[in-house]
Design a binder for this molecule. Structure first.
Ligand code: HEM
Length: 465
């Protein structure tokens, strides 16, 4: 199984690289620059065979990103096989530059081409669309995702979380990340799809198996297509049920929304998108947060009052969730050190300048939150360390330096639900088990790639004392 250095490796990898030291290949002639004598300033090109670049980035994305950063600076261009060249950008000034001229970039086409999202979610998913088609679906979804509307279903779903936690046996080896995936998927099946009981558990299992092979070369296998067909059948029958009897779930709100352009395909593709994106980031983040809390008694002490407050509240309100600042700080630090994505991508729609570089129409640029979050110039000498109270003083992190949820205008519309999910899972687990959760003693805090995600190596084995 592929593995990659994350928290520990990063301490070494980002050392001593001055932020303003930018290696650039100023003489490179851009392929699109046919007749012009004028040279364009381009990021330095990674000088390794393309097959090697592809394998390194596929199997060890974090290690290769750090290695190339050390070698080439905070902007470099690499070129995997079966893809176009990608400019990898690791400085807040590039984020500022892209956000400042966001209308010159699009995201959907690249998400489909590079991320393969359309083969899982479908062609009407908001993540693979651009322009007006994207905007209208995004507005439709955002409205249905308002926290106040989602809270009743989230509150109800806590019963299932606690039921699942009651099955944890002391002394029995488990995988913390797999457990968080199960819990977060079940939460999203309830909140987004309004499913419960056995059908919800079956759906959560099918999704977990599908995502094991999604967006990898195996996704061409018959097994994968068969899984997708089972999920589609369940989704369409659930959509029919909600049309007949609406509930307090996101799906019912999407069906009832006044938009006239909405087709059955729109509904299917976007609820699948929400269930998948809605559990992936939260499960990675909760697993890493639990790992750090288990490794440092002071971290547990720091959040215990908030944990008790949430765990003892049967009905969570927006106000209660807003009143847990220590949990917010600890979750932010986890998202900083272990952002579930290494980078987001944007495709230029016309020739533009990004920072000091010339970018042609069609060029893909990838702002890397992972590298920015580990940069000592941005986060200080302890950038590679987990400091549970780092965000105590940083109430409004600069969005060019802290971007686990991406950047405008594609910024994650489920951010508030993500925080609520993580708070619920952390609180219900820690209230029940506190210091009894112990990561396996020989486990190394590394990551592996799973689809487009960076997830804990070996699913983070742990034991309950
Ligand atoms: C810790 C949890 C989460 C993390 C770290 C996360 C992160 C992200 C990131 C990095 C993006 C890409 C933004 C960009 O390109 O600039 C994104 C997009 C998106 N996320 Fe999240 N997300 C989380 C939770 C959620 C939840 C709970 C939902 C919904 C229930 C959700 C729904 C979406 C959707 C629909 C998009 C696509 C937005 C668009 O294309 O305009 N996410 N998320």
């Amino acid at each position: 199984m592929e593995q990659d250095n994350t928290s520990e490796g990063s301490k070494l990898s980002m050392q001593d690289k001055p932020l303003n030291e930018t290696a650039s290949n100023t003489n490179a002639q851009h392929p699109n620059d046919k007749g012009s004598q004028q040279t364009k300033k381009r990021p330095v090109v990674v000088e390794e065979p393309r097959l090697k670049q592809s394998l390194k980035f596929w199997f060890t994305p974090v290690d290769s990103a750090f290695e190339w950063y050390q070698q080439y600076g905070d902007a470099y261009s690499f070129h995997p096989i079966a893809s176009q060249a990608i400019d990898f950008l690791a400085h807040p000034r590039y984020i500022k530059s892209i956000v400042g001229q966001h209308s010159n970039f699009q995201t959907g086409e690249g998400n489909a081409k590079l991320g393969g999202f359309d083969s899982v979610f479908g062609k009407k998913s908001t993540v693979v669309l651009d322009g007006d088609e994207h905007e209208k679906r995004r507005d439709w979804i955002k409205d249905a995702l308002e926290l106040e509307k989602v809270l009743p279903a989230l509150n109800a779903a806590r019963v299932d979380v606690n039921e699942h936690l009651a099955t944890w046996q002391p002394g029995q080896p488990m995988e913390l990340y797999s457990e968080m995936r199960t819990l977060a998927t079940q939460l999203m099946c309830k909140v987004v799809l309004g499913m419960q009981g056995e059908p919800m558990k079956i759906m959560a299992n099918e999704l977990a198996e599908l995502l094991e092979t999604a967006i990898t070369p195996q996704s061409w296998l018959i097994h994968h297509k068969a899984k997708l067909a089972i999920i589609d059948k369940m989704l369409y029958s659930n959509i029919a049920a909600k049309r007949a009897t609406p509930g307090d779930d996101v799906l019912s709100r999407l069906i009832q929304a006044p938009e006239t352009w909405v087709t059955a395909e729109d509904i299917h593709d976007n609820i699948l998108t929400l269930v998948v994106l809605g559990h992936e980031g939260a499960s990675v983040t909760t697993a890493w947060a639990l790992y750090h809390i288990a490794s440092d008694p002071a971290a547990l002490e720091y959040i215990m009052q908030d944990v008790t407050y949430i765990a003892e509240s049967d009905q969570l309100t927006q106000e209660k969730l807003n009143n847990t600042h220590h949990l917010d700080a600890l979750i932010r630090e986890t998202l900083r050190l272990h952002s579930p994505l290494i980078a987001i991508q944007r495709m230029a729609t016309c020739p533009v300048k990004v920072g000091e570089f010339d970018v042609d129409a069609g060029q893909i640029v990838c702002p890397s939150m992972y590298l920015i979050h580990h940069n000592k110039e941005v986060w200080g000498d302890q950038a590679g360390e987990f400091q549970f109270d780092r965000f105590e003083q940083i109430k409004r992190p600069d969005p060019t330096m802290f971007l686990p949820f991406g950047i405008a205008p594609r910024f994650c519309p489920g951010q508030h639900i993500g925080y609520a999910e993580i708070k619920i899972l952390l609180s219900d687990i820690l209230y029940k088990f506190g210091k009894r959760i112990k990561p396996a003693s020989n486990w190394q805090p590394l990551t592996r790639r799973r689809g487009n995600l960076l997830t804990p190596y070996e699913n983070m084995p742990f034991i309950l004392n």
